[in-house]
Write a protein that binds this ligand. Structure first.
Ligand code: AMP
Ligand code: ZN
Length: 135
């Protein structure tokens, strides 16, 4: 299902032109307009899902296969030293466009992508609470 008010729906379905690296029946892969590093690309499903929680399992499985294929080509072709797969869900997690997408970010020595977090400490209380969820 497409949402006409969603910019990524319109890009994914070809209504708004984009620098497209790959397209099939279900996905379009485009270059990010504000790349964190050279080759930063976005995998967009053609159907509208706001986030990972709305994404059907079958689409999720296919998305990771597309990610692998395009990542390998970017990594090799751009002589990258590494690559981050990033996927944000919710404003608090940094999501700014509420149409599921995966970031492919090739990494280079001394680049300025700056993807990091402050490592915390796993407390016994948190560990017990979380392990309980999976009992
Ligand atoms: P996120 O913060 O995970 O929601 O990522 C949204 C990404 O979409 C950002 O990296 C933006 O630079 C990128 N972006 C937003 N609008 C466009 C557009 N029209 N074409 C390409 N990339 C876009
Ligand atoms: Zn959409």
């Amino acid at each position: 299902m497409k949402d006409n008010n969603c910019i990524f729906c319109r890009i994914a379905n070809g209504e708004i032109p984009s620098a497209t690296l790959y397209e099939d029946d279900e996905f379009r892969v485009i270059l990010d307009l504000n790349p964190a590093a050279k080759g930063h690309s976005l995998i967009l499903p053609k159907n509208h899902y706001a986030n990972l929680f709305e994404l059907p399992e079958e689409t999720a499985s296919k998305a990771i296969c597309v990610a692998k294929k395009i990542s390998e080509k970017l990594y090799t072709g751009l002589h990258a030293a590494g690559l981050n797969l990033v996927q944000n869900n919710g404003e608090v997690a940094g999501q700014t466009v509420f149409h599921f997408h995966m970031h492919l970010i090739p990494r280079y020595e001394n680049d300025s992508a700056g993807l990091s977090w402050n490592p915390g400490t796993l407390t016994d209380a948190d560990k017990a609470e979380i392990l309980d969820l999976f009992e």
